[in-house]
Design a binder for this molecule. Sequence first.
Ligand SMILES: NC(=O)c1ccc[n+]([C@@H]2O[C@H](COP(=O)([O-])OP(=O)(O)OC[C@H]3O[C@@H](n4cnc5c(N)ncnc54)[C@H](O)[C@@H]3O)[C@@H](O)[C@H]2O)c1
Length: 449
Amino acid sequence: MKDRMKKITVSGDTGKSRRDFCKSSALLAGGFMMTQLPVQASAFVEGSDKLKLALIGCGGRGTGAANQALNADENVQLVAMADAFRDRLDGSLSNLESKFGKSKKIKVKESGKFVGFDGYKQAIDMADVVILTTPPGFRPIHFEYAINAGKHVFMEKPVATDAPGIRRVLEAAKLAKEKKLNVVVGLQRHYQTSYREIAKKIKEGAIGEIVSGQVYWNSDGVWVRERQPGQTEMEYQMRNWYYFNWLCGDHINEQHIHNIDVANWFIGDYPVSAQGMGGRQVRNGKDHGEIFDHHFVEFTYPSGAVIASQCRHQPGTMSRVQEVFQGTKGSVKTDSGNRGTIKDYSGGTIYNHRGRNDPNPYQVEHDELFASIRSGGVISNAEYGAKSTMTAILGRMATYSGQVITWDEAINSKLSIMPETYAWDANPPVMPDENGHYAIPVPGKTKVI
Ligand SMILES: NC(=O)c1ccc[n+]([C@@H]2O[C@H](COP(=O)([O-])OP(=O)(O)OC[C@H]3O[C@@H](n4cnc5c(N)ncnc54)[C@H](O)[C@@H]3O)[C@@H](O)[C@H]2O)c1
């Protein structure tokens, strides 16, 4: 599908766009040292007072998440929005206004709109609860700032694109717990009834110990945002972010994380190592950046269990998004269509979930976040969100290098893939050659640690 930034699509809805982005606001990478800041109390906790909401990253998911947050609580008000681009912010706001009217739920004045690379700071400062839905490369920076500022957070998966980013999120996650801040991560299967029921039954021993599994995200692929005349390289990559690792982390991280995370959740652990293979056969146009179109990884867990993970973005091939596990006593199959089945090895069905009327997990995430804030509870999803993101990055390291990579090597890697400077006229970490193509990882040659 081609998307030339003419609209913002939110679950089938459209928003309008205007092209007007703010010129360069530079921010040095690693510019915030959370450890130097005092532990503060949360901006707001229990009661029924007004909760002010800020949206950082006003694209499709951000607009959807803001909609769900505004529906989750009677007394929540959107007061600030930040986006790299003005047209994205305007499209998102008009979409939300069309849903909520000019009601008291939407109170975003011109002074509450922030555009550019560092607008997130002012927007977060204005709120009690923040939604972080930019491309994942920025998540560690934004999450760290929000937690330092004492805000409750909903943040989308993945939560980083490299190991230094993961470590930053894990540090901020610890601080969030100390400050009793709620953090929900958009791995929505954790908020989906079918997965919750199956996870409970696995924990109760329904299939014994998991010894193997297969997890899949095989599909046609996603949007491409073509290069437009007059764009700087930074603007082009920010618009076409899916295809650049510093922003996206490759599709094994951006999409397949959902299925890999289910493996971690059901096994109750994280892999000790990974090895795999991958490449790109049909994704080879100028607007396809540097990412692969397929990955196949074997993740080995401390128990010896091995999970085979496959993700593919190739039009016309078999589509399958699912998780399957074999235990010592039985097997499990789950998918995002509210279905989950547990069988024994004689073919008998132990449990069959068909949740036609199950609640929408994207809404449940926000319902539970706001209920927890109101009741003084603490939801802490950031650690598993970071470790499942790390698992996907570990898989990418294995397919890019063609080597066996251990968890310890991966999570301690000092290799940052993020830019040193965030500015519209700065060079991103990867640049095209004279023909407009980017260097593609080469197994056996590419260094990932
Ligand atoms: N849980 C899910 O099922 C699900 C579904 C879709 C997307 N997502 C996740 O949500 C995130 C956003 O995806 P999307 O589909 O909304 O993408 P999108 O391109 O529609 O939106 C991203 C927005 O962030 C803005 N942005 C980029 N860098 C920024 C910065 N530094 N500061 C402020 N704004 C910035 C972009 O201009 C854009 O408007 C991704 O992490 C994606 O993986 C999750």
